[in-house]
Ligand binder design. Structure first.
Ligand SMILES: *[C@@H]1O[C@H](CO)[C@@H](O)[C@H](O)[C@H]1NC(C)=O
Ligand SMILES: *[C@@H]1O[C@H](CO)[C@@H](O)[C@H](O)[C@H]1NC(C)=O
Length: 491
C-alpha cells in the first residue's frame, strides 16, 4: 500500500521544500572587520631646491624619506577585499539557518510522532503518517550532513582567514613606519570611532524603551516584539504565485483544530476560486493529502475571490467578492456564498489598495482580520479620504456589518494590517529586509498611535497577506510565494 500511495515525486517535493527558520547573528569580530578599511592616502614629505640657470628654471626634487612601498599597500588592500569576500554575513548565517532548520524539523517530527500515536487505531492514516515520518527522518539526516560539512568548511575558512589577517597586520605595521604623516594611524583611529558610534547606535536601538502599545487585553499584556520567522517554506506551488493566503480557522469546528487552509491567486495574481485544506502543517509543507473545495468552477466569476487578504472563521471563508465592494462569506460545508455590501464609496478593484512609496500591492482593497472577538474587514473609502476604516463583521448567516471605526491612517502607506484583542496594527515597508509595525488603533478607546517601532524580519521583499491567529498568537504571512509564521511577544 505504501508503494501505491507514495512515489519518488513525494520525496522530491519534500526535499525541495526546506523548512528553515532564520535569524541574524553578528558575523565578524570587530578586528576582522577592520582589515578592509585601511585607507590609501599617502603623503610623502619632500624638499625642494630652486635655482636659476640662464633662462631655464630648474626645480630639484629630493625625497628625504625612502620611497613609500605603494605596491605593498595595494597588496594588503587586495587581500582585505578577498577576506571580506570569503567571510560574509550571508555565509555565517547559513550555519544558523541549518541549525535552526534542524531544530524545526525535529520538533515537527516529535509532533508527528505524537499524532501518530493518537491516530494509531486508524490503519490507513497510520501508514501514511509512518511514511511522512520516514521522509522527515531522511530530511533531518540530510540537514545534519549538510551542517556537518558546512561546519568543517568554515573551520578551514576561518583558519585560512586568520593566517591571511596575520599577514596583513605585519605588512601594515611595516607600512606604518613609512607613514610619517601618521595618515594611516589617524584614519584607523577614525574608523575605530566610527565603528564605536555605529555600535552605540545599535545599542540605543536595542535598549529603546518598549513602545507604548495599548493596555493589556485578553490577558495578553502589551505587544513588545515579533520573533521569527518560526516557519518559512514554499508551498506545493513553489514560486509560481506571489499572491495568496493561508492559516488556520480562528474558530474551528471540533476536530478541525489542526487543519490549515491555503488559497493561491492562480489567475493574474488577483483571482481565486477554491480553498485548499490540509490536515496538518507537515502535509501542507510537503504538499500531500489536500482537499480542494470550489466556490465556482470558473475563475473569476460572481462571488469568487478577489485579492489576497481573506480569513477563515467558523468553517467559512471571508473575502472580497469578485468585482464588487461586497464581503463574501463562503460556507465550506454547504459551499454556498452569502454577501453583505460595504458603503458604495469603499475601495475595490484596486482603487484603494495597500502600498508604499514605490508600489501598490495589487487588489488589496479589502483586508480581513481575525482576533479573539471575531472577524473584521479593513478597507478605505473616498469619503474618509482613502484612510483606513475598520468594520466588525458579524459571522451570522448571512453576515452583517457591525460597528465601524474610522481612522486617520492613509491606506496607501500601509503594507498590511492585523487585529489583536480589538486593536488594529498596521505595518509599513522599511526596506527589503524589514517591515515595521508602526501604527495601532484601539477600537475600545479609539486611541490612535503612529509611534510603534516593532520590526518584522522579512525573508522576501513583499508581504501580500498577514493575519493573526488568536489561538496560537502567531502571525501568518504570505510573502512572494513563501508561507511564514511569526510569534507575537506580549509583556
Ligand atoms: C562529519 O564529516 C566528517 C568529514 O567531512 C566525517 O569524518 C565525520 O564522520 C562526520 N561526522 C558525523 C557525525 O557525521
Ligand atoms: C454553514 O452551513 C452550516 C450547515 O447549514 C451551518 O450549520 C453553519 O452555521 C453555516 N456557517 C455559517 C458561517 O454560516
Amino acid at each position: 500500500m505504501k508503494k501505491s500511495l507514495f512515489h519518488n515525486n513525494d520525496i522530491k517535493t519534500l526535499l525541495l521544500l526546506p523548512n528553515i527558520v532564520y535569524y541574524e547573528v553578528p558575523f565578524l569580530p570587530s578586528d576582522m572587520g577592520q582589515s578592509n578599511i585601511f585607507i590609501l592616502l599617502i603623503l610623502i614629505p619632500l624638499t625642494f631646491t630652486q635655482s636659476v640657470k640662464g633662462k631655464v628654471c630648474v626645480c630639484d626634487l629630493k625625497n628625504s624619506d625612502p620611497a613609500f612601498p605603494m605596491n605593498k599597500l595595494m597588496k594588503v588592500e587586495t587581500s582585505a577585499l578577498q577576506c571580506t569576500g570569503t567571510i560574509t554575513s550571508q555565509k555565517m548565517t547559513e550555519l544558523d539557518r541549518l541549525v535552526l532548520g534542524l531544530q524545526q524539523r525535529i520538533k515537527q517530527l516529535e509532533d508527528n510522532v505524537v499524532m501518530l500515536e493518537k491516530e494509531d487505531d486508524r490503519n490507513l492514516y497510520g501508514a501514511v503518517s509512518l511514511r511522512i515520518i520516514e521522509l522527515e527522518i531522511a530530511e533531518i539526516q540530510g540537514l545534519f550532513n549538510k551542517l556537518n560539512s558546512t561546519t568543517t568548511n568554515y573551520q578551514h575558512l576561518s583558519l585560512q582567514t586568520a593566517a591571511q589577517l596575520d599577514d596583513m597586520k605585519d605588512t601594515m605595521e611595516e607600512l606604518e613606519k613609512f607613514d610619517n604623516m601618521q595618515v594611516i594611524k589617524k584614519e584607523r583611529e577614525n574608523q575605530r570611532i566610527k565603528r564605536e558610534l555605529e555600535q552605540c547606535k545599535e545599542e540605543i536601538k536595542a535598549t529603546a524603551p518598549p513602545p507604548t502599545v495599548p493596555p493589556a487585553r485578553c490577558g495578553l499584556g502589551r505587544m513588545v516584539s515579533v520573533v521569527g520567522p518560526r516557519t518559512y517554506s514554499l508551498t506545493v506551488y513553489s514560486t509560481s504565485y506571489p499572491y495568496g493566503a493561508w492559516g488556520r480557522d480562528a474558530n474551528p469546528a471540533r476536530g478541525d483544530e489542526n487543519k490549515y487552509w491555503l488559497v493561491v491567486l492562480l489567475l493574474s495574481n488577483v483571482y481565486g476560486h477554491f480553498v485548499r485544506q490540509y490536515n496538518t502543517l507537515s502535509t501542507l509543507l510537503i504538499g500531500i493529502g489536500q482537499t480542494d473545495t470550489y466556490i465556482s468552477s470558473s475563475n473569476p466569476t460572481t462571488n469568487t475571490i478577489q485579492g489576497p487578504n481573506m480569513v477563515m472563521y467558523g468553517n467559512a471563508l471571508y473575502y472580497n467578492c469578485y468585482n464588487t465592494y461586497s464581503v463574501c462569506q463562503f460556507n465550506m460545508t454547504t459551499r454556498s456564498v452569502s454577501t453583505v455590501a460595504l458603503p458604495k464609496d469603499a475601495g475595490y478593484n484596486n482603487k484603494l489598495p495597500f502600498g508604499h512609496l514605490a508600489a501598490a500591492y495589487s487588489y488589496t482593497d479589502m483586508d480581513f482580520a481575525t482576533d479573539e472577538s471575531g472577524v473584521y474587514v479593513i478597507y478605505a473609502s473616498t469619503s474618509n479620504f482613502g484612510n483606513v476604516i475598520i468594520t466588525k463583521v458579524q459571522t451570522s448567516n448571512p453576515p452583517v456589518l457591525g460597528q465601524t471605526w474610522t481612522t486617520s491612517l492613509y491606506k496607501g502607506t500601509v503594507t498590511n494590517t492585523f487585529m489583536v484583542c480589538g486593536v488594529l496594527y498596521a505595518t509599513r515597508y522599511l526596506d527589503k529586509e524589514t517591515e515595521e509595525i508602526f501604527y495601532s488603533y484601539d477600537t475600545k478607546t479609539k486611541e490612535e498611535r503612529f509611534d510603534l517601532k516593532i520590526n518584522i524580519k522579512k525573508m522576501q521583499t513583499n508581504i501580500q497577506f498577514l493575519n493573526y491567529d488568536p489561538r496560537d498568537h502567531l502571525l501568518y504571512v504570505y510573502s512572494d510565494a513563501y508561507i511564514l509564521t511569526y510569534e507575537l511577544i506580549f509583556q
